[in-house]
Each structure stands twice: as C-alpha cells, then as structure tokens.
Write a protein that binds this ligand. Structure first.
Ligand code: MF3
Ligand code: CO
Length: 281
C-alpha cells in the first residue's frame, strides 16, 4: 500500500479541487434537454483549463472524461446522445490527475424540478449521500481509535438499514463494486468494501488515501454489464445512486480532498473535526 507523506497529500488536494470544480460545473449544467455528452464536454473543459488531465479517458480504453449513469445504470455509464429528462436519477463520476496525483469523486442528482421527482428516488439519492458521509466519518473516528478499514462498510450498510427502519423503502448495497486506495494511480490497494465483512482490512493509519464510494439500489444488489463493456446496470431495472469522495488520513485526522470545504460541514455535523494538512485554499 502507498502511504502518502503530507507534501504528497497536498499534491492530491490539487487534483481533488480540480475534480470538485469539474463536478460543480457539471451539476450546474444538469437540466432536462441536456445530453450526457454535453455534461462530459463541461467537465473536460474545466479539467483542461486547470492544466489537469482527465483520468478516465483512455483508462482500459474508456472513451470519455466522465461516467454518467442514468436510471438503472449504477456506474460506468458512457456519456453520449442520451437526453436527460425531468425525474431521471443521474450519477456523475469524475477523475483528474495533477502532476501524477489522482482525485476521484461522484455525485447523484435528480434532474429537473422537484415536482417531477419520485420521493423514493429522493430517498435513494439522499441515503446514498448520507452513507458516504457516514463512511467517511467512520474513517476519521476509526483512525483515532486504531480501528481497521472495515468501519466504512459497517457504516454504509448501517446507514442503508437505518433509512429503511425509519420508514423508507428498503435499499440494497450494490454487490461487486468497491472503493479503493488512490494516489499515484486511480485504483490502488486496499479495496474499500461498502458492506459489513468479517475481513476487516488494513489498520487505519496516517498517509492512507482512499476513495469512499457507496452504490445503493432501490431493488436488487445484483448487476450486469451492458454490451458496451462498461455500463453497469441493476439486473431488475431498479434505480441506483452513487456518491464518492477521495479522503486522506493524516496525523490529525481526515481531510476530504475532493470536497471544496475539505468535508468540514458534513463531518462537523457528525461530530468529527476535519484535519487539513494546511490552511484551506
Ligand atoms: N471512478 C471510477 C471509480 O470510482 C472508475 C471509473 S472507470 C473509468 O473507481 F473507466 F471510467 F475510468
Ligand atoms: Co473511485
């Protein structure tokens, strides 16, 4: 595993902020009538203007800058001519490299005006987002307590269960896809599971940088890959959501590299202090 020194984490922060900026621009461009290819163009422009390089483009032959996954598509949807309509569940995943260091993040959103949104889709998107932040908060607490990486999966699965117990429809943690270590490559060991497991993973220690990326489905946890060789869909056609952030662990705690505020608001709301290595830019 690649444990990063503080100055290396600062380089990753630069990549993280480029990804954050690209995703913010994409989010602002999402509306009915726009194509997923249009969104890809927006992200590509932001990354290029920042002097960074898109990390997905050319990765095992992947053809675009973003992954855009709509409806029953979970992850790795390829941007193209698909026109977004009000009420679609859209997930957007983006990666960028600056001076050899990677950032990777994703969000899900409902397209168009709230009157067109299915409340169960709103719950899907919000619970997936919450499960990501609970996973990140668990990382920060687990670091202080000498725990292992498995705290992320405990938190994500627990969050999905709690949402159902609180009266929501059941949500499944998608099987077979995980978060990952990240640094001089987009995908590094260790795997970051989104479900509870007896294998607890490596001990949390300063220098560990991981992408936390829960994927939840309104139906089955099972997926297929479409003919294009990339697009991952739920086997029962149920809608899915995906959220992701790149997180660094340091001597003083966790820092969310792909969040503009470093995670301060969401982690603060969960009683966890963000611990950047340097003053926030
Ligand atoms: N961002 C994805 C992940 O979180 C990987 C995208 S696959 C690619 O691991 F081919 F599009 F790059
Ligand atoms: Co990732």
């Amino acid at each position: 595993m690649e444990y990063k020194r503080p100055e290396q984490v600062l380089l990753m922060r630069r990549a993280g902020l480029v990804v954050a900026e690209a995703l913010a621009a994409v989010r602002a461009a999402v509306r009915p009538g726009v194509t997923t290819g249009d969104l890809d163009d927006v992200a590509a422009q932001v990354i290029r203007d920042a002097g960074a390089v898109p990390s997905f483009l050319g990765y095992h032959g992947y053809p675009r800058t973003l992954c855009t996954s709509v409806g029953a598509e979970v992850v790795h949807g390829i941007p193209g001519d698909r026109v977004l309509v009000a009420g679609d569940v859209l997930s957007v995943d983006c990666g960028a490299v600056v001076d050899g260091w990677h950032g990777d993040a994703a969000f899900s959103v409902l397209v168009g005006d709230p009157e067109h949104h299915d409340p169960a889709d709103v719950a899907l998107v919000e619970t997936t987002r919450a499960s990501m932040w609970e996973g990140i908060a668990a990382l920060a607490r687990g670091l202080a307590q000498g725990q292992r990486l498995g705290v992320v999966g405990d938190a994500v699965e627990g969050c999905a269960e709690e949402a159902a117990a609180a009266g929501g429809a059941p949500l499944a943690v998608v099987d077979g896809y995980v978060g990952h270590g990240i640094g001089t490559a987009m995908h590094q060991p260790p795997e970051v599971l989104n479900h509870r497991s007896r294998s607890r993973g490596p001990k949390l220690r300063p220098g560990l940088c991981v992408a936390v990326e829960p994927m939840l489905s309104r139906g089955t946890a099972d997926t297929d890959v479409l003919e294009d060789g990339w697009t991952v869909v739920t086997t029962d056609g149920s809608r899915a959501a995906h959220w992701e952030h790149t997180v660094a662990l340091g001597e003083r705690g966790a820092w969310v590299l792909t969040a503009e505020d470093g995670g301060a608001a969401e982690l603060g709301a969960r009683g966890v202090q963000v611990a950047p290595l340097a003053p926030l830019a």
